[in-house]
Design a protein around this ligand. Structure first.
Ligand code: C2E
Ligand code: MG
Ligand code: MG
Ligand code: MG
Length: 274
């Protein structure tokens, strides 16, 4: 199995849950069923600016398992990446996000952010398929953000940089997700066509009284500003963390403090009562 999957897999990117082989097989078969039966749902988590206005929403997939209830992407995305099922799931998420965008826009959320895995990113038909979805749904420049982790660069920096530029040519913004937790070197920041850096929540946690996290985050904020990129802080859970980030001119924030990821109807409810 490992051999067949070959060297083009990303096993080392996401620490695999400790699932046994049998369990993985079961999950894989169930995922196939889930794709056929459309058991996936997209939740949305608001992204706010430093004045508290909701400017975007991140699409986060959930698997509504018939017996187990909602399963977190942290549990099935790594496996879906290894089996290639992420391609189908990912495309569906992109389509759903584009279908939902008009509703979000009606409620003042102008932009939707979608996660792309390296596995999708390197497919020969990736750009074509994104282009098709964007065209079909009349997505305008600036309305869609592609979230990509820095690890995407490891496999082939030239190809990934070209793909990112082409996404930008389509009017799609690039956000570097989980910034600071991957394996890419800082030198790529000079050439990567990203408009946003999403600083991982491990650096945001307790930022107001963890001087190391604070130093790293302030460094990222300074660097991003010099490079003309905006910063989104992930995983903001407390008012102290938020206030610290605002004080250091962090552009955008996302986290449980503001809102958890919600089904679209609940998000709209939340937006209406905000
Ligand atoms: P991510 O893209 O970095 O998304 C942020 C994760 O942090 C989400 O977890 C979100 O629910 C969680 N989060 C947000 N605010 C807070 C907070 O204040 N505290 C804490 N502790 N967590 C917070 P989620 O939804 O479980 O997704 C996990 C990861 O799964 C995502 O990380 C992303 O890498 C991946 N993922 C989710 N949906 C998709 C998808 O459609 N395609 C791909 N390729 N990956 C996806
Ligand atoms: Mg993300
Ligand atoms: Mg992230
Ligand atoms: Mg993350």
């Amino acid at each position: 199995e490992a051999k067949r999957l070959g060297s083009g897999t990303y096993q080392w990117f996401s620490p695999e849950l400790d699932l046994g082989t049998q369990q993985q097989l079961t999950l894989r078969t169930q995922m196939q069923e889930a794709i056929a039966k459309q058991q996936f749902e997209v939740f949305y988590q608001p992204i706010v600016n430093n004045a508290g206005a909701v400017v975007a929403a991140e699409a986060l997939v959930r698997w509504k398992h018939p017996e187990q209830g909602y399963i977190s992407p942290a549990e099935f995305i790594p496996l879906a990446e290894r089996t290639g099922q992420i391609v189908t799931i990912g495309r569906w998420v992109l389509e759903q996000a584009c279908r939902d965008l008009p509703k979000l826009r009606e409620h003042g959320v102008g932009q939707v952010s979608v996660n792309f895995s390296p596995m999708q990113f390197y497919r020969e038909d990736f750009l074509q398929s994104v282009e098709q979805v964007v065209r079909e749904h009349g997505i305008k420049p600036g309305q869609l953000v592609a979230e990509i982790t820095e690890n995407v660069l490891l496999r082939d920096a030239n190809v990934s940089l070209t793909t990112m530029s082409k996404l930008r040519d389509m009017g799609i913004e690039i956000a570097l997700d989980d910034f600071g937790t991957g394996y890419a070197s800082l030198s790529y920041l000079n050439i990567i066509p990203a408009q946003k850096l999403k600083i991982d929540r491990i650096f945001v946690q307790n930022i107001h009284n963890n001087s190391r996290n604070a130093a790293i985050t302030r460094g990222v904020l300074t660097m991003a500003a010099e490079l003309g990129m905006a910063v989104v802080a992930e995983g903001v859970e407390t008012a102290d963390e938020r206030d610290y980030l605002i004080n250091y001119a962090c552009d955008f924030m996302q986290g449980y403090l503001f809102c958890r990821p919600l089904p679209i109807a609940e998000l709209i409810d939340w937006l209406n009562h905000k």
